[in-house]
Design a protein around this ligand. Structure first.
Ligand code: SAM
Length: 266
């Protein structure tokens, strides 16, 4: 491994907040617990702090980094490691089908760029058959939305979509002081494990997404109002859903029931 020093000014447009607290890095590596048979994809390796700890365990590691200067540094720094593969690219444009296979599901990890965290999570939900699990650092507020239960302020489209597809575990919080430069918000580590759903409870992800977009279009309005273009109040009552409720009061199962009612062939 090269020991050449890196001088790099953090770029705001790429949400660059580098983890510098070694005890937190070790805690994350321990939570990932890489095994030599794992194929790991790291999103946004930055200066390679977490990358280095993961590579210690001989895994096959694919790192996706958009920043040209950091990519050049990483390529040189890990040049002697055959198990390190760098993809200099925008993660939102990467063809994950080329990286993932259902026969050897990969693990996806990273201290994510916070400016694209929500679209990135929605993007990754399209590739779950090739994913074993995901362990991410995100803004605490986003982790809370992912794990939120019905009735809470954080509960919304992200909560229902992520919980439909994955088991969500918030592992621990990370304070701004663990990074350089320090972000303005608290962060947290979350683990997402794709669920194997009973075929009877399957709905199309696209149809569920469309339903949620309409249901949560205006949080303060009732379902009767938000869903009036796709389902009547009487139909909602016929599947035991009170049309006078607000979107945040429905459980995941309620949304799946509406989706199945609207698209009975699934
Ligand atoms: N993993 C490093 C650490 O913990 O110190 C850096 C984390 S920093 C929060 C986010 C990283 O993601 C940066 O290295 C940034 O350049 C990279 N990044 C930002 N947007 C990206 C994108 N669209 N695709 C790939 N990498 C991106």
């Amino acid at each position: 491994m090269s020991t050449k020093k890196l001088t790099h000014r953090a770029r705001k447009r790429f949400s660059q907040n580098f983890l510098t607290d070694f005890s937190i890095l070790e805690k994350i590596a321990k939570a990932i617990a890489p095994d030599s048979i794992d194929k790991i994809i790291e999103i946004g390796p930055g200066k390679g702090a977490l990358t280095e700890l993961i590579l210690n365990s001989d895994v096959e590691l694919h790192a996706i980094e958009i920043d040209r200067d950091l990519s050049a540094y990483l390529r040189e720094h890990f040049a002697s490691q055959d198990n390190f593969h760098l993809h200099e690219d925008d993660v939102l444009k990467v063809d994950f089908n080329a990286l993932l296979s259902a026969t050897q599901p990969a693990r996806i990890v990273g201290n994510l760029p916070y400016n694209i965290s929500t679209p990135l999570i929605f993007h990754l939900l399209n590739y779950l058959p090739g994913i074993k699990d995901m362990l991410f650092m995100l803004q605490l507020e986003v982790v809370e939305r992912m794990a939120a239960k019905p009735g809470s302020k954080s509960y919304g489209r992200l909560s229902v979509m992520v919980q439909y597809h994955c088991k969500v575990e918030k592992l621990f919080n990370v304070p701004p002081s663990a990074f350089s430069p320090a972000p303005k918000v608290e962060s947290a580590i979350v683990k997402l494990t794709p669920l194997k759903r009973d075929p009877d409870s399957l709905v199309s992800s696209e149809e569920l997404t469309n339903l949620l977009r309409q249901a949560f279009a205006q949080r303060r309005k009732t379902l009767r109002n938000n869903l009036r273009n796709i389902i009547s109040a009487e139909e909602l009552e016929s599947i035991s859903i009170n049309p006078g409720l607000r979107p945040e009061n429905l459980s995941l199962d309620d949304y799946v029931r509406i989706c199945k009612h609207l698209h009975p062939l699934h």
